[in-house]
Design a protein around this ligand. Structure first.
Ligand SMILES: C[S@@+](CC[C@H](N)C(=O)[O-])C[C@H]1O[C@@H](n2cnc3c(N)ncnc32)[C@H](O)[C@@H]1O
Length: 311
């Protein structure tokens, strides 16, 4: 497997996708194409559409999948429905989301995802999009920064870090990852485990904001559930609690018949259950996999199936 990215929980994903020959599948997060390749090797008779917003991923996957047929689409998965419609696909039989960033994206210093390697504050998955971490750090108000660090990083010191950023950028703009890491350390200290965790959380929060990750996920999950044909499967792997919560809640909602608030005695929503959740609790990687692929440690895998007769 390529060093671009080592795919996580392949056999669990294949088991839950339950690929059927002749049917239509989507890999919403192609990356280096590891999961896509596994899908095509497992069931060569599927029709596969694969998305990534990062051109590097598309190029890498073209090479990985050169002996197979798949339609590779450079696009944000939030545009899943319109992109598939463009390819004349109005229903799918399974979809895989393997969320977050690839190892390649993290390892490429100049993309600015890592706090311990000096680079421009960038963090864009799609390098043609306008928003960058530098813009957020230097142009957003203290209140906005605090909200981002608190909501997307669940960071306790969000306010203190936002104010430290403001003081620092008053002197000169914060341009690099190491400069930002230094500002965070000025608040939480250097070298401790807590300082390290804070840097992870603040950088994660910025990455989520730069790429508008949670809004894209909510909208794509909704579209994916609607696009699924009866008995079609949706399989989602997430790597932090914010994403996992969105997946869990979205599945729960689609599984319920009535979604009226409890105070309403007679249902007025007419909501009908369309999904059956296949994983009551999220599945995790085996100890064996975690030992060989540290990234798999935080993976949470959830899956659901579209009910018969629903569309
Ligand atoms: C964890 S990697 C996927 C790895 C892949 N499963 C493999 O086997 O190599 C996540 C990929 O999803 C892409 N991605 C993340 N959010 C996206 C979005 N909203 N739309 C399209 N691609 C996205 C990233 O660019 C990255 O390449």
């Amino acid at each position: 497997m390529s060093v671009y990215h080592r795919p996580v929980m392949i056999s669990e994903c294949l088991e839950l996708l339950a690929l059927r020959p002749g049917k239509i599948y989507v890999d919403a997060t192609l990356g280096g194409g590891g999961h896509a390749l596994a899908m095509l090797e497992h069931e060569p008779q599927i029709k596969l559409y694969a998305f990534d917003r990062d051109i590097d991923a598309i190029k890498e996957a073209e090479a990985t999948l050169q002996d197979h047929h798949a339609v590779l689409i450079q696009a944000n998965f939030k545009d899943l429905r319109t992109q598939l419609a463009y390819h004349k696909v109005s229903g799918i039989d399974g979809i895989l989301f393997d969320l977050g960033v690839s190892s390649h994206q993290l390892d490429e210093t100049e993309r600015g995802f890592s706090f311990d390697r000096d680079a421009e504050l960038d963090m864009r998955m799609d390098r043609e999009s306008e928003m960058t971490a530098r813009k957020i750090v230097n142009e957003y108000s203290v209140d906005e920064l605090k909200k981002i660090f608190r909501e997307y990083g669940e960071e306790q010191a969000a306010g203190r870090i936002a104010r430290a950023i403001e003081r620092s950028r008053e002197k000169q703009p914060i341009k690099s990852t190491l400069e930002l890491a230094g500002v965070i350390e000025s608040v939480v200290g250097v070298g401790s485990k807590e300082s390290l965790k804070t840097k992870v959380r603040v950088f994660q929060a910025l990455r989520i904001c730069v790429n508008d990750e949670l809004a894209a996920l909510s909208s794509a999950l909704n579209d994916a559930i609607n696009l699924l044909n009866p008995e079609g499967r949706i399989v989602v792997m997430s790597y932090h609690s914010l994403e996992d919560r969105i997946v869990k809640n979205m599945f729960k909602l689609a599984e319920q018949d009535c979604i009226c608030p409890p105070v309403i005695i007679q249902c007025v929503c007419s909501h009908k259950s369309t999904l059956k959740v296949l994983t009551r609790r999220p599945r995790s990687a085996t100890d064996e996999e975690i030992q060989t692929n540290v990234r798999s440690r935080s993976a949470k895998l959830r899956a659901a199936e579209k009910k018969r007769g629903k569309r």
